[in-house]
Ligand binder design. Structure first.
Ligand code: ZN
Length: 657
């Protein structure tokens, strides 16, 4: 890998750059991860995942689809789903952030290689799609409900935004501009009144408009948004709520239908609301966020509790074993919350981002960056089969990370998020610096009046909760350093000038004329804690979860007596949990089974340890059958191989679901 000095254009590059708002995001060249939890994952992403994605798309013919269009050899037996083009574009986006971040020549060469193949497939009028509109294929825009044509284009535009902001105008940006112009001509105010069944074109157009300074792209995004929700698309067996065409977004009260669609659409709505000064639309989205986060979101931050439509369930419908929690929905939730934070400065949004980063995005990739979870359930009832790294997984679920999927949206979504992660960590306003996510990093920025804000963040968070912010350059006048204190951080303290004081969850501020070498230390309480669910979440009534810092913990069957130990486990909620390295321990025991042949009985099962299959455990157990149950971070589950797993632990003596 050859690293060249970073291009100056990349310094301020970010995925989301509103033209107004209370805070401005810092760019990939202004926040440099220097290691730690996220730095390691970003390095693995760069070194392994990007090439992994390209090689799979080559092997499966998803890249050759572009060559076939260019060569006029298309046919009805095209490999891949109609949205496989979008995976190439998401990889291009990830490569663009990576090349912009590090100047890596390998990433740069891959961008040029892929762009050349994509560009050759573009029709003279700007239309670009390998599944429709050519010999042996359906006509253009003949299946707006499920064809994903505009969805694909939206991802092309996001890739072009990454390239434009990190390297300037190039072939990829020119291809995207022609494609965007084609969309505006075809679907503009005087054109076809259609929308795409899978939102994405809206968020792509809005940011492309910001990046190019051409408002007509933002206007086209607004048109698509306002057209939706009026039964614009044909009805389908899953109903129009599946693609959010049931209610206009301004009137919707909650997220529903396919989770990734709902969230990509919402991200675009925030963009349009901000660019148009449309407070009514912004407030509508905020209300949807509040209700959906309260009632339709898992403790992990995961969204989507129905497999049938990869969708949101009803309020409080959050079954842990049937949790879908697609990795892409986690990425999309972060896209929404980051835009809402940039529009409002509210730390509730960055709190949810932290939860989702640690417990959805970090859960997906394997440590080597070459296998991924698609669905992220909170309870795996049976261990998955070891995945064959040379096979495509036909299923989104399965209990083990897979190298690639027939529908492979998640790996490239993780890749682009990790490559651009620095763009989500910190912001500035007119008076100072706000740090939202804690990772070892160097921040080098300046305020609008030219005053430098330069700090080094030293931390091994979340291994420990100590975050040291060391000022790297002095200032002649005061500025304000703001640090997010997570909602869970009851008992946090800050130390400055040798004085320690307690701080409340929210935004901690320290204001002074900082001198080089000044240190502010935030200490977040990392003792594991019990978390109880709202009783309206029927599926986990009578259960507790254990969290440690931003991480949700889980129990794995391989740490328990098998078979059946995890199935029957109950825990003592009156003591502990106790710290155990990066995890925790709780006291648990195994109640008697109700009997054989029938799973129901007239009396509550009593604790019992002399079951033959649990004899080994009985020897280990204390009086009363209690033993220690180790809990580990959910994001690392199944790292040691196939296992069953659960986040929610039934409480001994409590009514159980
Ligand atoms: Zn996905």
């Amino acid at each position: 890998m050859t690293i060249t000095p970073q291009a100056p254009a990349a310094a301020r590059a970010v995925p989301v750059l509103p033209t107004s708002g209370p805070v401005r995001p810092l760019g990939l060249g202004q926040v440099s991860l220097t290691g730690g939890f996220w730095g390691v994952r970003q390095s693995v992403n760069a070194a392994a995942t990007l090439a992994h994605c390209e090689s799979w798309m080559e092997r499966l013919g998803w890249l050759a689809n572009f060559d076939r269009v260019a060569d006029g050899t298309t046919s009805p037996d095209r490999p891949g789903w109609s949205f496989s083009d979008s995976e190439v574009y998401k990889l291009l986006e990830a490569l663009a952030w990576e090349a912009g971040r590090t100047g890596d020549q390998g990433a740069e060469a891959a961008i040029k290689r892929l762009t050349a193949r994509v560009a050759r497939a573009q029709d003279p009028d700007g239309y670009l799609n390998t599944c429709f509109g050519h010999a042996g294929q359906q006509p253009r825009y003949s299946d707006l409900e499920m064809g994903h044509e505009l969805y694909n284009t939206g991802h092309l535009l996001q890739a072009a935004v990454a390239r434009l902001r990190t390297a300037g105008e190039d072939d990829l940006v020119r291809v995207a501009r022609r494609a965007a112009d084609h969309v505006c001509r075809t679907f503009g105010a005087d054109g076809l009144p259609g929308i795409c069944g899978h939102p994405e074109i809206e968020v792509g157009l809005a940011e492309f408009g910001r990046a190019t300074g051409e408002d007509r792209y933002v206007e086209q995004a607004r048109l698509f948004l306002d057209r939706r929700g009026h039964g614009t698309l044909r009805d389908i067996p899953l109903g129009r709520a599946y693609f959010q065409d049931d209610v206009p977004i301004r009137r919707a009260e909650v997220w529903r239908g396919h989770a990734v669609r709902a969230l990509y659409l919402t991200a675009a709505a925030v963009d349009v609301a901000v660019e148009r000064g449309d407070d009514e639309l912004l407030r509508a989205v905020q209300r949807q966020w509040e209700r959906s986060v309260e009632r339709r979101t898992y403790i992990t931050g995961g969204m989507g509790s129905r497999h049938q439509d990869e969708g949101f369930g009803e309020d409080w419908e959050l079954p842990p074993d049937r949790a879908y929690c697609e990795t892409c929905a986690g990425v999309a939730s972060i896209m929404v919350s980051w835009r809402l934070h940039l529009a409002t400065g509210d730390v509730r949004y960055t709190d949810l981002i932290e939860r989702t980063l640690y417990n959805v995005v970090a859960a997906s990739p394997s440590p080597d960056g070459r296998a991924f979870f698609y669905a992220n359930p909170l309870h795996q009832r049976s261990p998955g089969r070891p995945a064959d790294p040379s096979e495509v997984s036909p299923r989104a679920e399965g209990g083990t990370r897979a190298a690639w999927f027939e529908v492979s949206c998640c790996p490239t979504n993780v890749a682009r998020t990790l490559a651009a992660l620095a763009g989500y960590l910190a912001t500035t306003d007119d008076d100072g610096l706000q740090i939202h996510q804690y990772a070892p990093c160097a921040i080098r920025a300046e305020l609008p009046d030219g005053r430098p804000v330069a700090v080094d963040v030293e931390t091994d968070y979340p291994a420990s909760g100590t975050v040291r912010v060391r000022v790297a350059a002095g200032a002649s006048s005061p500025w304000t350093l703001s640090l997010r204190v997570p909602a869970w951080a009851d008992g946090a303290t800050v130390t400055e000038d040798g004085r320690t004081r307690p701080v409340e969850p929210g935004m901690l501020t320290v204001r002074r004329a900082f001198q080089a070498g000044d240190v502010v230390v935030l200490d977040l309480p990392m003792r594991p804690r019990l978390t109880w669910p709202d009783p309206r979440i029927d599926a986990v009534r009578g259960c507790v979860a254990v969290e440690r810092g931003p991480e949700v913990l889980c129990a794995e069957s391989r740490d328990l007596p098998e078979p059946g130990g995890l199935d029957a486990l109950v825990v003592d909620a009156g003591t502990g949990p106790e710290p155990d390295g990066g995890g925790a321990r709780v006291r648990g025991r195994i109640p008697a089974h109700t009997g054989r042949g029938w799973a129901y009985a007239p009396a509550r099962p009593a604790p019992l340890t002399e079951l033959a299959e649990l004899a080994e455990l009985a020897e280990l157990a204390e009086e009363g059958g209690w033993f220690d149950v180790p809990l580990r971070p959910y994001h690392s589950w199944a790292h040691r191989g196939p296992t069953s797993m659960r986040v929610w632990l039934p409480v001994d003596g409590a009514p159980r679901p």
